[in-house]
Design a protein around this ligand. Structure first.
Ligand code: SAM
Length: 250
């Protein structure tokens, strides 16, 4: 059927793509890619010859106009990012919104995603989690973001973060500053690849393990067992009846 297809692609292992995703890529009129060269490797591997066009953060606005025209005339466009689900810390959202506004059908085509795969294998709570993607790169902004997150929590949950290898030590130190060195974390590295690895333990333990290495490499997801701010300090913990009584007096 005509429409916009958001197609998940592998996050490392080329076999992690569904039969339906391959069929959609093969039969699309065009594949909009974050990086056409990166996607071409996948297409070559599966012998797919559909034409590609780039769609990244620098051209998303102009490219969207052109692609929406094609969609409105009954075209089928597949959107892919370099890895995983398009639109998740990746381009795709702008075009999706424009397609919806133009009354065009949007179809998700499921598949790999780093956050969810890290979460399910982490051993941390999967019932409640908060996906934050990349934290700010600058230390002050990052610490403020973590403090604000902690202050906003009313119950424990698993915080899911994307992180770059050259920043992970700093981010772990920030997590320790906000939640304490005993806070449980899991670092999921190189998911689905040859050197897939899970480092599990307290922030202090994981920091010690990483500091023993020459260099921290690879792609990684950081999961944090995030606890709400200290209960005694929070006004929210004043029993409801007392709060109502205080309101009535004032
Ligand atoms: N759209 C992607 C998804 O659905 O997971 C995420 C794209 S984001 C630009 C890239 C980040 O995802 C990396 O910096 C890393 O934090 C995480 N990531 C991607 N592939 C990974 C892998 N194989 N193992 C661990 N983390 C990965």
């Amino acid at each position: 059927a005509p429409g916009l297809y958001l197609v998940a692609t592998p996050i490392g292992n080329l076999e992690d793509i569904t039969l339906r995703a391959l069929r959609v890529l093969k039969s699309a009129d065009r594949i909009a890619c974050e990086d056409t060269r990166q996607t071409q490797k996948l297409l070559n591997y599966y012998g797919i010859t559909t034409s590609t066009v780039s769609l990244h953060e620098h051209n998303e606005t102009e490219r969207t106009v052109e692609l929406v025209e094609l969609l409105k005339s009954g075209g089928r466009i597949a959107v892919v990012s370099d890895a995983g689900m398009p639109g998740i810390s990746d381009p795709g959202t702008h075009l999706t919104q424009a397609a919806i506004d133009a009354g065009v059908a949007v179809y998700p085509v499921p598949g790999a995603n780093a956050a969810l795969n890290a979460l399910v294998a982490s051993g941390l709570d999967t019932q409640r989690f908060l996906f934050e993607g990349f934290l700010p790169a600058k230390m002050n902004a990052r610490q403020q973001r973590l403090q604000a997150l902690r202050a906003s929590l009313t119950e424990p949950l698993t915080l899911v973060l994307y992180e770059a290898p050259h920043r992970v030590l700093e981010t772990l130190a920030d997590v320790a500053a906000v939640w304490g060195g005993a806070c449980r974390v899991v670092l999921a590295r190189e998911l689905t690849k040859l050197h897939e690895e899970f480092l599990r333990g307290s922030v202090d333990e994981v920091l010690t393990q990483l500091k023993e290495r020459d260099r921290v490499r690879g792609e990684m997801v950081l999961l944090v067992e995030a606890q709400p701010a200290d209960k005694d300090a929070a006004t929210a913990e004043i029993p409801l009846m007392e709060r109502i009584a205080a309101l009535e007096k004032s």
